[in-house]
Design a protein around this ligand. Structure first.
Ligand SMILES: N[C@@H](CCC(=O)N[C@@H](CS)C(=O)NCC(=O)O)C(=O)O
Length: 343
């Protein structure tokens, strides 16, 4: 089994993500094994990680911060044990070591790996964030963000400050599911397929799909405020976490030490899609949409650009010298034009 996303490469050089392992559900039913009560659960995240950030966005949107605490790890992977070479997410030793990251308040763990091993001493998979931790049973409830956000949306309404916000309403479920599928395949996971591909073919296939999907989003967003309808849904949060990192991820490829990849990336954009389409900020609807979501109360606090930059460029196998380019410093709080769709 893979012990890091960076190892998940098929013999043909494609990035293939393995499924998450802990798949229990918190329920509003007080008799269930994991009942939705205040103070029992904790969310471990990295601000670098889009999957973890979508869970944090739900804590903010649903008003669950008092009921469920969260802790962010440091930006760069470090050795998780002295006895082997594994690199992964670690906690700082103090609150001042890296602003935004905190020591583990519940278990005093040094790494996310330690939490997985506390939950299951025989665990041998990847040590990913997010981790939804049960502090009563001292175990991981769930480490799959797509499921965590569904629980946060629905099961905690008795204690949520915004119980009426439903980001997966029944009248839109079919369209949300359909959008999630292609957005995940071509955009959320698509950027990883571009960044982690180890052969030219899979990389090209992923980048073409990614650009097609971004064009499709631009087209949809030229007609309605959000990606599924004129109301905010789960699909918007899932799309947003990749878009807000996209112009950064793009540079990751540019800064990659592999000259051929650098050349090809420019060629794809310049020749097939024209340079004007290469960054999110050059798609008018997508860019304004990203600002629109960013400006929803609570969301900007889930975006720590400093952590995002340091984390991605810190992956030394993709960026051997660890040089962090100066960011584009886009102002996502600037006015946008999306109110034009509000009836
Ligand atoms: N399917 C998981 C994926 C989470 C994931 O891939 N997290 C990455 C960070 S973006 C991670 O923690 N990787 C650690 C590793 O691969 O060792 C989810 O959506 O929750």
């Amino acid at each position: 089994m893979s012990r890091s996303s960076l190892d998940e490469v098929s013999p043909t050089g494609s990035f293939i993500r393995t499924p998450s392992t802990f798949r229990n559900f918190i329920s509003k039913d007080s008799a269930s094994q994991f009942p939705a009560v205040s103070g029992r659960y904790h969310l471990y995240i990295s601000y670098v990680c889009p999957w973890a950030s979508r869970c944090l966005a739900y804590l903010k949107l649903k008003g669950l911060e008092k009921a469920i605490g969260f802790t962010a790890v440091k930006t760069k992977w470090e050795r998780t044990k002295e006895t082997d070479e594994h690199l992964g997410w670690v906690f700082p030793r103090s609150t001042t070591e890296e602003p935004g990251a905190d020591p583990d308040p519940l278990n005093g763990a040094r790494s996310i790996r330690e939490l997985y091993e506390l939950a299951n001493s025989n665990y041998s998979g990847k040590y990913t964030v997010p981790v939804l931790w049960d502090n009563q049973l001292k175990t991981i409830v769930n480490n799959e963000s797509a499921e965590i956000i569904r629980m946060l949306n629905r099961e905690f309404n008795e204690i949520a400050e915004n119980p009426d916000l439903d980001l997966y309403p029944s009248h839109l479920q079919a369209v949300i599911d359909e959008v999630n599928e292609w957005v995940y395949e071509s955009i959320n996971n698509g950027v990883y397929k571009c960044g982690f591909a180890q052969k030219q073919g899979p990389y090209e296939e992923a980048v073409v799909k990614l650009l097609d999907a971004l064009d499709k989003c631009e087209e949809i967003l030229s007609k309605q405020r959000y990606i599924c309808a004129n109301e905010l849904t789960e699909a918007d949060i899932r799309l947003f976490v990749t878009l807000i990192r996209f112009d950064e991820d793009f540079h990751l490829n540019i800064e990659d030490n592999d000259v051929y990849v650098l050349y090809h990336f420019l060629e794809v954009y310049a020749v097939h899609f024209k340079c004007s389409k290469k960054l999110i900020r050059e798609y008018p609807n997508l860019f304004n949409y990203t600002k629109d979501i960013y400006q929803i109360s609570g969301i900007s606090s889930t975006v720590n650009m400093e952590h995002i930059r340091k984390g991605y460029y810190g992956m030394l196998s993709l960026n051997p010298f660890g040089v962090i380019p100066i960011g584009p410093n886009i102002d996502y709080s600037a006015p946008h034009d999306r109110e034009r769709f509000t009836y």
